[in-house]
Design a protein around this ligand. Structure first.
Ligand SMILES: C[S@@+](CC[C@H](N)C(=O)[O-])C[C@H]1O[C@@H](n2cnc3c(N)ncnc32)[C@H](O)[C@@H]1O
Length: 312
């Protein structure tokens, strides 16, 4: 197996999203026509733009004593801001909306994975003359599922939260993909994987972006430190003989991306293909002023992803 470590991956194909500036522990971003300021504990540097340029439709104000990573705090939104609005990426449409968790209903840095998975899915279809079966665990508002389906995959989209699955439905409908082969399931990730193994089901690709803590629909407790390694091993067993990829993203723990790398290296030891790991980052947009430009990278998550030789 080829291995690449410490890659810094960005998503340069956005039209509807931009990191306009960052600094002073905050980031200034554009989502379509609307601009937002959010806490960014990693931005330990000076903004490039002046304070007067940081004019936003929404500012997320962190709660006390939790500038770094905590929960709490809330949005201060301008009156004219609609509760949600449409954005696009590649051929797909979806909704952006400020959530209590500081994000806007999707994670722009993940576009790098959507494009990578789409290319692998197309390579799979060319080689095997059938659509790959992709399982998206912790799938939230569904953008990875929709991009995989748009590339030609049969997708199983799973999340424990009914609300998250409802958001994924909304996005599917906005894309006009009601008849695409996407199965939406509200379930606990580990419980579902266990049942699929008992039913001797298999998938050609698995995408997973587990949170730090979570609850399944019946209160099943998820804690990344305890539950990720067993789940990864089960996911490995669930991969078909024609396994195409596994994509792991981790926002939830402060660790080097090498942790995710070696977790997948264990699983695909004798498998060939290529394993890559590193950080998903957003990059500041070029300055319009013509000033000497330093477009800095702001890392958002660790990732590791393996793909078979047909997509490597
Ligand atoms: C960080 S979000 C995933 C983001 C998503 N991959 C994306 O890019 O849009 C984590 C998701 O995990 C779900 N979740 C939490 N605990 C779960 C569990 N035990 N089983 C399945 N999903 C769970 C949450 O409802 C939430 O939607």
């Amino acid at each position: 197996m080829k291995q690449r470590q410490l890659s810094l991956i960005t998503s340069p194909n956005w039209q509807d999203y931009e990191l306009l500036d960052s600094g002073n522990l905050r980031k200034f971003e554009r989502f379509g026509q609307h601009r937002f300021i959010r806490p960014e504990p990693q931005a330990m540097w000076q903004p490039r733009l002046g304070e007067d340029d940081w004019v936003a439709d929404g500012v997320f104000v962190p709660g006390k004593n939790e500038q770094d990573d905590g929960e709490g705090g809330g949005w201060q939104l301008s009156r004219g801001l609609p509760p949600s609005w449409q954005l696009g990426y590649q051929s797909l449409r979806f909704l952006a909306r400020p959530t209590p968790f500081r994000h806007l209903g999707f994670f722009p840095e993940q576009a790098a994975h959507w494009d990578w998975c789409a290319a692998a899915i197309k390579a799979f279809i060319q080689t095997h003359k059938r659509p790959p079966r992709i399982l998206n665990l912790f799938a939230y508002s569904g953008l990875a599922s929709l991009h995989a389906a748009a590339a030609g995959a049969e997708v199983t989209h799973l999340d424990a939260s009914k609300k998250a699955v409802a958001q994924a439905f909304e996005n599917r409908d906005l894309c006009g993909m009601q008849s695409s082969p996407i199965r939406f399931i509200t379930d606990d990730a580990t419980g579902f994987v266990d049942r699929e193994l008992r039913r001797q089901k298999s998938y050609d690709g698995i995408i997973l972006d587990p949170p730090k803590y979570g609850r399944g629909p019946k209160g099943e407790f998820w804690r990344i430190e305890d539950d990720l390694t067993p789940l990864l091993q089960k996911c490995r067993q669930l991969l078909s003989e024609e396994a195409l990829f596994m994509v792991l993203t981790i926002y939830a723990i402060r660790a080097s991306s090498l942790a995710a790398h070696y977790a997948l290296a264990d699983l695909f030891d004798n498998q060939g293909g290529c394993l890559e790991s590193g950080e998903l980052a957003i990059q500041e947009a070029p300055l319009k002023s013509g000033k000497t430009d330093l477009s800095r990278y702001v890392a958002q998550a660790n990732f590791a992803r393996w793909c078979s030789d047909i997509a490597a």
